[in-house]
Design a protein around this ligand. Structure first.
Ligand code: HPA
Length: 274
């Protein structure tokens, strides 16, 4: 994208006009998972429509605003609602806010999503700490001329999800009595859910959870040298031989139940990021 750096600078400046803080953490709240934002001591809440070059969210369950403040004393910037490829945005647009978070000073990206459970051991509203991913989206946010100010041409992905943060998350979950799984997230473009044959394929590939987000943002964060921690909330069970028609209100209800666990876990993790 021509002039991407200038656009990032412009968006960063406009946020700084509302908020003087320097975030340590960038947090992306996925579908139905916005409740965590209430725990942030909010110092500025900026609708995306007021930030230059931010796309505007079209998904109803997403509030579409940037919340700036502190969470348990840690300066944080949180996206209440994210952008999806299936909404028609380019992946450069989908990931633009992550680049702005990094430019504001964020060192770590915490990302959450609602996902389908492929691993039969998963239950509704379970939490999965993402340990790795498979990218099945038909595009890549890093495609195109590389701006070396944003990161290297060929970022390596030997540890996209930071092991020490995964350990912190698991330890925090144990201390809080919250059961978490560890698993591989596969990203698809959506907006349709998958066929039985596709769920079978994804399982054979080694995926535990499937969703329509996260991987583009993680790729940009890794490119930018950020540490990354990701959580999926299981909102539906993708069992090819017992597949039920998708029920969006049920998916959102499961996201809300899982979101309550994340609303306990994530603040604890943030306290310990160091
Ligand atoms: N597939 C893809 N994305 C999803 C699903 C699913 O089953 N559930 C929630 N997001």
């Amino acid at each position: 994208m021509h002039g991407l750096w200038a656009q990032i600078e412009e968006a960063t400046q406009s946020i700084r006009n509302h908020w003087k803080g320097t975030p340590k953490v960038g947090l992306i709240l996925g579908t139905g998972l916005g409740g965590l934002a209430e725990q942030i001591e909010q110092e500025a809440t900026i609708p995306y429509s007021e930030i230059p070059h931010f796309p505007v969210s079209t998904v109803q369950s997403h509030a579409g605003r940037l919340v700036c403040g502190t969470l348990r004393g840690t300066p944080i910037v949180a996206m209440e609602g994210r952008f999806h490829y299936y909404e028609g945005y380019s992946l450069q647009q989908v990931t633009f806010p992550v680049r702005v978070m990094k430019n504001l000073g964020a060192k770590d990206l915490l990302v959450t999503n609602a996902a389908g459970g492929i691993n039969p051991q998963l239950d509704l509203a379970d939490i999965v700490v993402i340990e790795d991913h498979i990218n099945l989206m038909p595009d890549n946010p890093l495609r195109g001329v590389n701006d070396d100010r944003l990161g290297p041409r060929w970022p390596d992905l030997c540890e996209p999800y930071t092991q020490s943060l995964i350990q912190t998350a698991r330890k925090s979950a144990l201390e809080l009595g919250i059961h978490v799984h560890k698993g591989v997230f596969v990203a698809v473009s959506g907006p349709n859910l998958e066929t039985r044959a596709e769920y079978r394929m994804l399982k054979q590939m080694g995926a535990d959870v499937v969703g329509m987000s996260t991987v583009p943002e993680v790729l940009v964060a890794v490119h930018a040298g950020m540490r990354v921690l990701g959580f999926s909330v299981v909102t539906d069970l993708c069992l090819p031989d017992h597949l039920e028609p998708v029920d969006i209100p049920k998916i959102l209800a499961n996201a809300a139940t899982g979101g309550e666990k994340l609303a306990k876990l994530i603040p604890r993790v943030i306290e310990q990021l160091g």
